[in-house]
Design a protein around this ligand. Structure first.
Ligand SMILES: [Zn+2]
Length: 84
């Protein structure tokens, strides 16, 4: 066991909290970080509070760079970094 979570595990956790309908305050409390940090992480992960989240969203590997990212639907297989 390592104390540092893998990127995929961190994304999966964020996604789970976001889908569960928690507020940023509740997520901050659960993860022990500030609300601002939560907002930053959600934005970086591509699932900001300003956008609805689909229950079909999942952590998938980018077909281009192989890095794990939050895919908002099954057909979404290229990360934002590679698409831009
Ligand atoms: Zn990529």
């Amino acid at each position: 066991m390592t104390a540092v979570k893998s990127r995929a595990a961190e994304l999966a956790e964020l996604l789970q909290l976001r889908i569960s309908g928690m507020t940023t305050a509740e997520m901050a409390l659960k993860l022990g970080i500030t609300r601002v940090a939560i907002c930053n992480r959600l934005e970086q992960a591509g699932i900001p509070m300003s956008q609805p989240i689909s229950p079909r969203a999942a952590v998938r590997s980018c077909l281009s760079c192989s890095r794990p990212f939050i895919s908002t639907q099954p057909a979404h297989r290229i990360c934002d970094c590679c698409r831009s």
